[in-house]
Design a protein around this ligand. Structure first.
Ligand SMILES: [Mg+2]
Length: 250
């Protein structure tokens, strides 16, 4: 049963609203619009803003009265976007400072060279500055999934880099991500952080929010929200999420 006394419904993105990196389908788009008529809605992800454009925004109805209830939280709430004057507008972005970026980039490049993990020839940016996060991509972001999946399936290469980085990047956290990357952010930027930022920006207490995600199991990426004692529901896939949304809008 879905609790109906909530004011805001917070979703994870990948495998909760849509398959990873894929668009929401038309049925999910309609359900989100229905939900936005009754609740504030937020989507929290580790991905950057462009994923919202590609996976969600272009499929939901362009009505300011409804979209004003949407809070988009890319990169775990270190950025937040709301709909204002017919545009998705950035409320804030907690970018790394120039000094922080320089230090992280130097340390990361040093790790790659010291460990002999620099490819002889690259066709992509090995290290990318996403403003609030530095990402190391062992393979090109757009490389086919089959290629990425065989690169480091047992995480050994990336764990070596992480071991090198951890004592040197004390105030940051380096997390092995996706199939061939490492994400470096300021320490403890997880989905619990995003909920605290949402509480501050929306004025809605975490106790009045409901979280729905596919990865609430221990040490998976939705797990940190449980630190905040938010009411949370585990979903199996977007189809199950649709059932939950139907229960909320009914
Ligand atoms: Mg997920």
């Amino acid at each position: 049963m879905v609790p109906k006394n909530k004011k805001m419904i917070v979703f994870d993105l990948d495998w909760t609203l849509a398959p990873s990196k894929a668009e929401i389908d038309s049925e999910m788009a309609e359900l989100l619009v229905e939900l936005l008529k009754k609740y504030k809605v937020s989507v929290v992800t580790g991905w950057d803003y462009e994923r919202f454009d590609k996976q969600i925004f272009q499929f939901i109805w362009d009505d300011e009265n409804i979209l004003k209830n949407f809070y988009a939280c890319p990169t775990c709430g270190t950025k937040m976007y709301v709909y204002k004057d017919w545009n998705w507008t950035k409320l804030y972005s907690e970018d790394l400072t120039e000094k922080e970026v320089e230090y992280i980039l130097n340390t990361l490049n040093e790790a790659i060279d010291t460990l002999g993990l620099r490819p002889e020839k690259t066709y992509w940016e090995l290290v990318e500055n996403r403003g609030t996060q530095i990402t190391y991509s062992a393979l090109w972001q757009q490389a086919p999934l089959e290629v990425k999946s065989v690169f480091d399936p047992d995480f050994k290469k990336r764990l070596k880099i992480k071991e090198y980085l951890d004592p040197r990047l004390e105030w940051f956290s380096a997390l092995v991500a996706w199939t061939s990357s490492i994400d470096i952010t300021r320490e403890w930027l997880d989905k619990a952080y995003a909920l605290k930022k949402l509480e501050k920006e929306s004025g809605i207490a975490i106790g009045d929010m409901l979280f729905i995600g596919d990865a609430l199991m221990e040490w998976w990426n939705d797990f940190p929200v449980l630190k905040t004692w938010i009411d949370a529901l585990q979903t199996k896939d977007p189809e199950e999420t649709k059932k939950m949304i139907r229960g909320l809008v009914k």
